[in-house]
Ligand binder design. Structure first.
Ligand SMILES: [Zn+2]
Length: 361
């Protein structure tokens, strides 16, 4: 939807003109459009080869697929947000986690936000989740019935942490919660799992034996109703920017102790300061994100819904033959090639190649 934000630009231009300001003239109008308006308006992904552009908190992605609303071992929550989209490798991994977790004794996953169909910044919530490689999963086990649409919109998640002490509520935490996080951390694709500091402390205090996986469990504000699973840049995404590696130790020492001081919880000095998503324009995103907005989509959400049980063909091969973007795009210089150029060399993906679903467990 390119038209959605035109009025905003027009209004801004009028305002600037009225004030005698001509700052907008220095850049093409399109670059001034707020990225969250454009990406937030997209209803479907691009029908192109999967590829992430930029960083988790500043980027977009192509070739997204949706996780089905229901699976044997998962249900999608808050469906009206239309954030059940991700890189096919992410969606495949969530489904795998749901099966493995069920085998471990967790009844099934309630899936929160993944990404918008083409990623990018969102109108509400989340600094990251922009390149199809982040997913929020509730710390509430799945009920043993399929919830209605209305229930998925309204059901509350369980707050696992005491807001005063920042410690886990012991009456709520179970060995199955620990097993779920351990399972998620066990996948090589998963680089980080963000949890509330109270949850990290609970794991540090209670996990016996193999503690190597604790390295991936990272304390962060919030994340007391859900955990956030982040996978690394996938093959075929040369313009995906990797994050720093986590330190080698279990993270249970000094850095964790800091979270139980007063400093991290001081009130925000500038509560009214605009958030990154409110000021991020297309000019702040990788240039390829313009082509992602302009690229053709599938006929329907169903056509881009992932129905395979294994990693899709496009990302299964260790070194897939994905042509590099044109030099002008790669270097970020010159005019951005049109959508046809940006994606001409890659095959149309459409729906992922169906594979037989393995047994639920
Ligand atoms: Zn998240």
């Amino acid at each position: 939807m390119k038209t959605a934000s035109r009025p905003v630009v027009a209004k801004k231009s009028l305002l600037a003109a009225a004030l005698g300001l001509f700052v907008l003239a220095a850049q093409p109008a399109a670059a001034e459009e707020r990225a969250k308006d454009l990406f937030g308006a997209e209803k479907l992904p691009t029908a192109t080869t999967p590829q992430s552009f930029g960083f988790y908190s500043k980027g977009c992605f192509a070739g997204g697929v949706a996780i089905p609303m229901d699976g044997p071992t998962w249900q999608v929550m808050r469906p009206s947000r239309n954030r059940r989209w991700g890189h096919p490798a992410m969606i495949a991994l969530i489904e795998k986690l749901s099966r493995d977790a069920a085998a471990d004794g967790w009844p099934g996953l309630l899936i929160g936000d993944i990404s918008q169909p083409r990623g990018g910044p969102m109108m509400t919530g989340h600094a990251s989740h922009q390149i199809g490689l982040d997913a929020d999963i509730w710390l509430t086990p799945m009920p043993d019935r399929a919830m209605t649409r209305a229930q998925r919109e309204s059901m509350s998640a369980t707050l696992m942490v005491d807001e005063k002490t920042h410690l886990v509520k012991d009456a709520l935490w179970t060995p199955q919660h620990t097993a779920l996080l351990k399972r998620a951390a066990s996948y090589t694709e998963v680089e980080r799992i963000l949890v509330n500091p109270g949850i990290k402390k609970k794991l540090c205090d209670t996990v016996k034996g193999d503690r190597g996986w604790l390295r991936k469990i990272r304390p962060f504000w919030g994340h007391d109703y859900h955990f956030h699973m982040r996978i690394g840049c996938q093959p075929g995404s040369p313009d995906c920017k990797a994050q720093e590696a986590t330190p080698d130790d279990d993270g249970c020492g000094k850095p964790l102790a800091w979270w139980f001081t007063e400093e991290p919880w001081r009130p925000n000095k500038k509560p009214d300061a605009p958030k990154a998503r409110d000021v991020m324009t297309m000019a702040n995103l990788p240039k390829e994100c313009r082509a992602v907005l302009d690229a053709p989509g599938p006929d329907s959400a169903e056509a881009a819904t992932y129905h395979g049980g294994a990693v899709p063909v496009a990302v299964a091969a260790p070194e897939p033959e994905v042509p590099s973007p044109p030099a002008a795009m790669a270097s970020g210089s010159g005019d951005l090639p049109g959508a046809a150029n940006a994606f001409a060399a890659t095959p149309r993906m459409g729906a992922p190649v169906p594979r037989p679903r393995p047994p639920a467990n």
